[in-house]
Design a protein. Structure first.
Length: 293
């Protein structure tokens, strides 16, 4: 009898522990303070030809879930220079993972990013009415969200982007990646099943499982039809992080269904993965932006 009672108690304790652990991210999300919300770092590069009498069109660059400002490092010197040589001013925005900015990609406040962009357009060597935005991976998700909410962009480039807002990739968060006026945007959450795939480094499968929650997926879809910009999607059919080609196809279909009056194109690269497409297809990106000027 004692053995059976002890076994029952042990099972009850393990069950309780598992329940507590399953709720831990929600508890941390609820109590963990968000720091430096709305704070960003920026770096502006001007082409040699730019001046107040010859202002340059502005290209905004948004990196992905790696955080920081990868476009400012030495490995990106040639890539940066290609944009400058094409006549663009380049604004690199770091929205987390830098001193004075949020520590993680968790409920990033859109207002800080749009304010940084708007203030840069006041620079005398910037042509404010010619504003392009290039986002890669989560940065592409962000770019599409911004362009669907604000109408000052003339061109948007989404490199291996998503068609919906996904939950924060930070382990401690069960909330959205983005927020507006301190309210999290609707998002696709990661369940225990999708989280298990992510922890096993099967990232694409994790996102595909998350998207099976059709109600949340539909609520979190980015309303790309509300954009007022030419848009170029670039994706790899063998994207190992998430199904960027399928999601880009769905966005193209959505634009057609809404009779989108601006130019839209999907450059689908057969066999390509998640990384490197922004650099590999930089000439196509530059050409597309120039044709939209």
């Amino acid at each position: 009898m004692f053995f059976r009672s002890s076994k029952f108690i042990l099972v009850a304790l393990l069950t309780s522990l598992l329940l507590i652990l399953s709720q831990l991210p929600q508890l941390i999300t609820a109590v963990r303070p968000l720091s430096h919300q709305g704070q960003v770092q920026t770096q502006l590069y001007l082409p040699a030809t730019a001046s107040h009498t010859n202002p340059a069109p502005l290209l905004v660059f948004l990196g992905g879930s790696e955080g920081g400002m990868s476009m400012t490092n030495s490995r990106s010197t040639q890539e940066r220079q290609q944009y400058l040589d094409a006549g663009f001013a380049l604004l690199v925005i770091g929205y987390f993972g830098l001193p004075g900015t949020p520590t993680g990609l968790d409920r990033i406040e859109l207002s800080g990013i749009i304010e940084a962009i708007n203030s840069t357009t006041e620079h005398p060597a910037i042509k404010a009415e010619k504003l392009a935005m290039l986002g890669v991976s989560k940065g592409a998700e962000l770019a599409l969200v911004l362009a669907s909410k604000f109408n000052q962009f003339s061109t948007v480039i989404s490199v291996v982007g998503s068609d919906a807002v996904f939950g924060s990739p930070e382990w401690y968060s069960t909330s959205s990646s983005w927020s507006w006026q301190q309210q999290p945007l609707p998002f696709v959450p990661f369940t225990l099943k999708s989280a298990a795939a992510l922890m096993q480094a099967d990232y694409r499968r994790g996102y595909e499982i998350a998207m099976q929650d059709q109600k949340r997926y539909q609520q979190a879809k980015i309303p790309v039809e509300q954009m007022t910009a030419d848009v170029l999607f670039i994706s790899g059919t063998a994207d190992e992080l998430w199904p960027s080609s399928e999601m880009s196809d769905r966005m193209m279909s959505r634009l057609r269904q809404h009779h989108y009056k601006f130019r839209s194109q999907h450059l689908k690269v057969s066999g390509a993965g998640h990384g490197g497409l922004g650099r590999t297809y930089q000439h196509d990106i530059i050409t597309f932006i120039q044709q939209s000027q």
